[in-house]
Structures are given as C-alpha cells and as structure tokens.
Design a protein around this ligand. Structure first.
Ligand code: G
Ligand code: G
Ligand code: MN
Ligand code: NA
Length: 250
C-alpha cells in the first residue's frame, strides 16, 4: 500500500504521537521549555521519521490536519507540566498560505485553556522566501496574542539578517551544524559568537540546538548562549518525563 494512504489513515485515526525535547536555561540549568516532535509508529513498518512523513504530509495536503493535532496534543500535554514550562511546536511554511493560521491557533488555545504565553511557535527561514509581507502579518498576529515566535535552524538555508528589521523574534535557535563544529572549527565559533552578540543587542534569547558533548555545553554557555538543547542534555522523551526531569536540574 502507498505510504500516502497509510499516513492519511494514521492522521484520521489519531496515530501521530509526540515526544518532547527539553530546552535548558544556562542560568540555572533548569528546563524552561520542551519542543514537541511528531512521531509515527507504523504497525508493520515500524517508526517512520518525521523527515519522511512531514514532507509527505506537505505534498499531499495533510500538513494542516497533522499540525493541528500536534498543537492540540502539545497543549494538552503541557497543561500537565509545571506551569513555568513552555511548549514549542514546529510550523510548516505551508501553514501560512491560507492566512487562517493565527485564528486556528487561537481557537485551539481557547478550547484547551492553554495560556498563549506558554506557547512557542518555531518557524524556519524557508518560510520567509515567499509572500514575506503576508507571513510577517500572521507572525505579528500570533505575537500580538502573546504567543512566542522562534526562528529555527538559524544560519543555514536562506538566512537574511533583514528579517530582524521586520520582525521581533523572541528567540533564535542556532542550527546544529554550527553547534556540532564548535569545539573544532574556528569559523563555527566565530559564527556562534556573532549570533550571540546579535541576540543580546536585539534582546532575543539564543538557543544552541544539537548539543552532543559536555565540551560543547561548556563552550556554548561560556560564549553566552542563553539556552541549550541537545542529546547531551536530553533526548526527546515522553510528556511524563518532562515533568519528572524538570524537578531535578542537570
Ligand atoms: O523528530 P526529529 O528529531 O527526528 O525531527 C526531524 C525533523 O522533523 C526536524 O526538522 C523537526 O523540526 C521536524 N518535525 C518534527 N515534528 C514536526 C512537526 O510537527 N511539524 C514540522 N513542520 N516539523 C516537524
Ligand atoms: O529542525 P529541528 O530543530 O526542529 O530538529 C529537531 C531534530 O533534531 C529532531 O529530529 C531531534 O531528534 C534532533 N536532535 C535534537 N538534539 C540533537 C542532537 O544533539 N544531535 C542530533 N544529531 N540531532 C538532534
Ligand atoms: Mn525545531
Ligand atoms: Na532546529
């Protein structure tokens, strides 16, 4: 059978689940948020990576429904966490095409009773290649409602510093390709330093993602990243473990 058909059914049957990857504050090593990551455990094929099924959902018009479920589940899960912990969801650029994203998100917040201030939406730069004005308008609407907006995978793809002139992101997440090289490459280090300085001047938090070693953790915190995320600190885990992990610092 075709994977597309199976994905359609999996979404209709509510078989997409979530894991959450914690993000730590460098200040006190507490968990400040956790990023929702979609999971599809296929009954016969086994786990299918989001790197396969997210693009497939985008191609066959299922991404709106899939991410609506992700948002709903993420809010419900995070309501069980200590109330200082935010939840982050990733947004496909295609979600901005219809123009109805902000109102759909706000409806979900109202129906679940989840506080907008505890929701973070991660957008990538690829979203800003087309129809920039309309996209920024929708990001403004989300932010005006109190939702935090994060720029994900920063520094790769179609990065343009001019985005910062157009819109105030709450946080910028440094792509893990730089983070991975931080203890070997002079260039990667210089790039991260520049992003940290920019973040400080523009009052944006700076998250380093993909931290895999203790050495990287030390270098990145000494450089002034405000938040760290990566396998060294925690892998993506189930919702209950976010609560449990938040009771103890690293
Ligand atoms: O889950 P994993 O760590 O393997 O993530 C692989 C990729 O899939 C990442 O780029 C992540 O951002 C993306 N991803 C996971 N869940 C979602 C989702 O709900 N929506 C979108 N657009 N991307 C997601
Ligand atoms: O694009 P996005 O940042 O949303 O990607 C999240 C993806 O990154 C998930 O697939 C997650 O499993 C993966 N990830 C998280 N931490 C690490 C890490 O320390 N190393 C690597 N290689 N991948 C990571
Ligand atoms: Mn992300
Ligand atoms: Na990312």
């Amino acid at each position: 059978r075709e994977l597309e058909t199976e994905l359609r059914e999996a979404i209709a049957n509510g078989e997409i689940s979530l894991e959450f990857q914690p993000v730590y504050s460098v200040e006190d090593w507490s968990i400040v948020s956790a990023e929702a990551l979609a999971r599809w455990n296929h009954p016969t094929r086994g786990p299918i990576s989001p790197e396969t099924f997210i693009p497939l959902a985008e191609e066959c018009g299922l991404i709106g429904e899939l991410e609506a479920q992700v948002l709903q589940q993420a809010c419900e899960a995070a309501l069980q966490w200590p109330s200082h912990i935010c939840v982050a969801v990733n947004l496909s650029p295609l979600q901005f095409h219809s123009g109805s994203l902000p109102s759909r998100v706000i409806d979900t917040l109202e129906s679940t009773g989840f506080p907008p201030e505890r929701l973070q939406m991660e957008v990538t730069e690829s979203l800003l290649i087309q129809d920039v004005d309309r996209t920024f308008e929708q990001l403004e609407a989300l932010r005006a409602h109190g939702i935090q907006v994060l720029l994900d995978d920063f520094g790769v793809g179609y990065s343009s510093l001019s985005y910062f002139q157009r819109f105030t992101f709450d946080r910028v997440k440094i792509d893990r390709s730089f983070v991975n090289e931080i203890d070997r490459s002079h260039t990667a280090k210089a790039i991260v330093e520049a992003i940290v300085r920019l973040g400080r001047k523009l009052q944006m938090g700076v998250v380093a993602e993909g931290v895999e070693t203790e050495e990287q953790m030390h270098v990145l915190s000494a450089m002034g990243c405000t938040h760290l995320q990566g396998y060294f600190l925690s892998r993506p885990v189930n919702s209950k473990l976010v609560s449990r992990a938040s009771l103890q610092n690293v």
